[in-house]
Ligand binder design. Structure first.
Ligand code: ADP
Length: 254
C-alpha cells in the first residue's frame, strides 16, 4: 500500500483582500518526485508555508502523515530547503561540516555538543550530495550551486522521508542546473526520498519528476509526468498567464 505524506484538501488562502490560493487539492505519496510549477506570484511559496504549518488556510485542511500540519511533531521526517539558503558571503564564519551538523539541532536542541556519530552522519549526507571533499571549506567560499548542495545535505542529515525545496536553482549557474537536477534524481531513485520541488521552470525539471502540478491560484493540472508532457505550449501558456515555450520536452509546438 502507498503511504501518503502530504494531503491538501480544498485549501484556500487570502492575504488581506486577495485570494492567492483557491480550492487546492494535492497528494504527495512516499517515493514520488513532484515538480510544483507556476509563474511568479502564483502562490507556490504560500502553499509551501501552509504545508509546513507556518500559515493557516482560510478553508480546507492539510495533513502530514494523516495529522494536521499545524500540530505535526515529527518534523525530522520532512526536510526543507528555503529559497534564500544559498547566499552566504565569503566572510561567513562556518565550515561546510558545521552547517550540515546544524541540521541535527532540530531534533536535539540548539546547544547540543556534537558527537563523533553526528559528524559521521553529516559526512554521509555530504557524500550523498557529492560535497564531502569540501567538508572543511568555509561555506561562503563555495558557489551558489555548491552551497545549495550543502543545504540539501543539512536537510538530509536527520534522514527525512520527504524533501521540500523552494526554487532551489535560483543562484545556480545555468550550466550546473542539469547536474543539480540529476543529483536530486539520484536522491529520489536511489535513496527513496520523496521530493516536492517548487519552481517557475516549465521544462527541465518536469522531465525528471514523476509527477507535475501546475499552480496559478488554482491547480490547473496535476498528475503523472507523461500526462503533463502531452500538453502543448499553448495549453501551458493559457494557465501560465503569458506565452511560454518548452525547450526540452518532446511536445514543444503549440
Ligand atoms: P510565488 O511563490 O508563486 O511567487 P507567493 O506565494 O510568494 O507566490 O505569492 C502569491 C501572491 O501573494 C503574490 O501576489 C504576492 O505578492 C502575495 N503575497 C505574498 N506574501 C504576501 C504577504 N505576506 N502579504 C500580502 N501579500 C503577499
Amino acid at each position: 500500500m502507498t503511504n501518503t505524506i502530504i494531503e491538501c484538501s480544498n485549501i484556500s488562502f487570502t492575504y488581506e483582500q486577495s485570494t492567492v490560493l483557491d480550492s487546492i487539492s494535492l497528494k504527495v505519496n512516499e517515493g514520488e518526485f513532484w515538480a510544483l510549477i507556476g509563474p511568479n506570484g502564483s502562490g507556490k511559496s504560500t502553499l509551501i508555508k501552509i504545508i509546513l504549518g507556518l500559515l493557516q488556510p482560510d478553508q480546507g485542511r492539510v495533513t502530514l502523515y494523516g495529522e494536521d500540519a499545524a500540530s505535526f511533531r515529527q518534523r525530522e521526517k520532512i526536510g526543507y530547503v528555503s529559497q534564500k539558503s544559498n547566499s552566504f558571503n565569503a566572510g561567513f564564519p562556518a565550515t561546510v561540516l558545521e552547517v550540515v551538523k546544524s541540521g541535527l539541532t532540530r531534533k536535539v536542541g540548539l546547544f547540543k555538543n556534537f558527537t563523533k556519530a553526528d559528524e559521521k552522519q553529516a559526512l554521509e549526507a555530504l557524500k550523498i550530495v557529492k560535497m564531502d571533499a569540501y567538508a572543511a571549506s568555509n561555506i561562503g567560499e563555495l558557489s551558489g550551486g555548491q552551497q545549495q548542495r550543502v543545504f540539501i545535505a543539512r536537510a538530509l542529515v536527520g534522514n527525512p522521508e520527504l524533501l521540500i525545496m523552494d526554487e532551489p536553482t535560483v543562484g545556480i549557474d545555468q550550466k550546473n542546473v542539469a547536474s543539480f537536477y540529476s543529483m536530486l534524481n539520484d536522491l529520489n531513485r536511489e535513496h527513496g526520498i520523496a521530493i516536492l520541488l517548487v519552481t517557475h521552470e516549465i521544462d527541465l525539471v518536469t522531465e525528471l519528476a514523476s509527477h507535475v502540478a501546475c499552480l496559478n491560484r488554482t491547480i490547473h493540472f496535476h498528475g503523472p509526468q507523461a500526462a503533463y508532457q502531452q500538453m502543448d505550449n499553448r495549453e501551458i501558456s493559457n494557465w501560465y498567464g503569458h506565452p511560454v515555450r518548452r525547450v526540452h520536452s518532446s511536445k514543444k509546438e503549440a
